[in-house]
Design a protein around this ligand. Structure first.
Ligand code: SF4
Ligand code: SF4
Length: 138
């Protein structure tokens, strides 16, 4: 099974298309919505993980693009050098998805990669540069 992270931008006209329903039902994909900014009569954005057989992922993406939806695959990754982190918490204040939170038992930083939107805000916020953004595979 493969997994990719994508961002989909819908025009105001396409906002009512049940894209996730079709990806699940017609292409046997698991869709984990990470962030959604969608309302009627405006451009909408959906960030999601898509998991399934590679062939199904490719066909699902083709289907979405065929609808006129702008689909981008994330090709970046966030690297946290946990051993150098001083757990100051500065990055948690800017993280929009809750991927970075302080563990309230010992006030250490925890990073939930599944929730990460790869926005890069933590990279700029970290005072000692232990958050980095890289191309996948590096
Ligand atoms: S890149 Fe950093 S700030 Fe952005 S969602 Fe991921 S962990 Fe949070
Ligand atoms: S800002 Fe940097 S040093 Fe501070 S908790 Fe986050 S990763 Fe660790």
């Amino acid at each position: 099974m493969n997994k990719i992270k994508v961002t989909m931008r819908f025009s105001a006209n396409d906002i009512t298309i049940p894209v996730t329903y079709h990806l699940v039902k017609d292409y046997d994909l698991m869709v984990n919505i990470l962030n959604a900014d969608i309302s009627l009569n405006k451009i909408g954005t959906l960030v999601a993980d898509l998991a399934g057989e590679q062939e199904n992922i490719e066909q699902g993406l083709e289907f979405i693009r065929g609808l006129g939806v702008d689909v981008r695959i994330f090709n970046k990754n966030i690297i946290w050098e946990a051993d150098k982190c001083i757990h100051c918490g500065a990055c948690t204040a800017v993280c929009p998805s809750g991927a970075l939170v302080m563990d309230k038992t010992d006030w250490s930083l925890t990073f939930d990669r599944e929730k990460c939107l790869i926005c890069g805000l933590c990279v700029k916020a970290c005072p000692i540069n232990v958050m980095n953004i890289t191309d996948n595979g590096e």
